[in-house]
Design a protein around this ligand. Sequence first.
Ligand SMILES: [Zn+2]
Length: 331
Amino acid sequence: MMTDVQEVKPLLKPFVIGLDLGGTNSVFGVVDQRGQVLATTSIKTQSYKTVEDFVDASIEVLKPIIAKVGGIGQFKAMGIGAPNGNFYRGTIEHAANLVWAHDSVVPLAEMFSERLGIPVGLTNDANAAAIGEMQYGVARGMKNFIMITLGTGVGSGIVVNGQMVYGSDGFAGELGHITMERGEEGRSCGCGRKGCLEAYCSATGVARTAREFLQKTNEPSLLRELDHDVITSLDVSIAAGKGDKMALDIFAFTGDMLGTACADFAAFTSPEAFVFFGGLTKAGDLLMDPIKEAYAKYVLPIYKDNVKFLVSSLDDAAAAVLGASAIGWEM
Ligand SMILES: [Zn+2]
């Protein structure tokens, strides 16, 4: 009888907490099984000098949203998506952008679990995004796909046979740091190496491409009217939307490199889809068409016709919290 009771119990807990822990904001959400975000709250990640202070502040803001749905007894678990998050250990390890974790290993999952009394899972933000797509988004029902997040960096989450790939140490799937340009001419990357995909195809990479193109030629462009040092990928998007040739060329260059990389990724896991997420995807076909063209050009013929290129269907503001919360259902 006891066993029966224990097996039924999780069904009585209809909610999970999701935490999207970013370099600027930490956003918490109460999420139900259908992916509805019932309540959110947030704190500034960098306002706290130690992880203890960060967790204290988190618990304070969580209390009212937990109370709103009937207390902590209603929660199955908490999921956290964080930079350099390690799923196996529940730790954030040497995250360059976090003052309280940049030179240390922080056992954040355990700290939250002790305070809240529920299981807590943690993984990196791109993996969280992939789990979110699988649970609530365009990858629902898919067993093999690769999530590619195009933000300040390029992140990825790899799902094979219905399971997230974590690898031997929990850090699998750093596809943003595969080398696209070898040798000295490769752009320097935040990871300390040269020529990484991220140095070209992240939002900051696109801005770098814009500066390079502006220096390389005298071609007229709307981008010339802007201060070159502060140009952003959004500026490039806006100019491309107006038909500016150089801006279109920048997207063609970016898409070509992403498509070339995807052609190689296909050879690893034979995904049924690549799912893209992030601000750059707002450029729509301007980016997706060159990705598809390059993919078709460089991929091994056996993978050519079966791959879909999709853009995340999740609402931007909610996607990261949803992704994080989805880890909670897997606990
Ligand atoms: Zn790199």
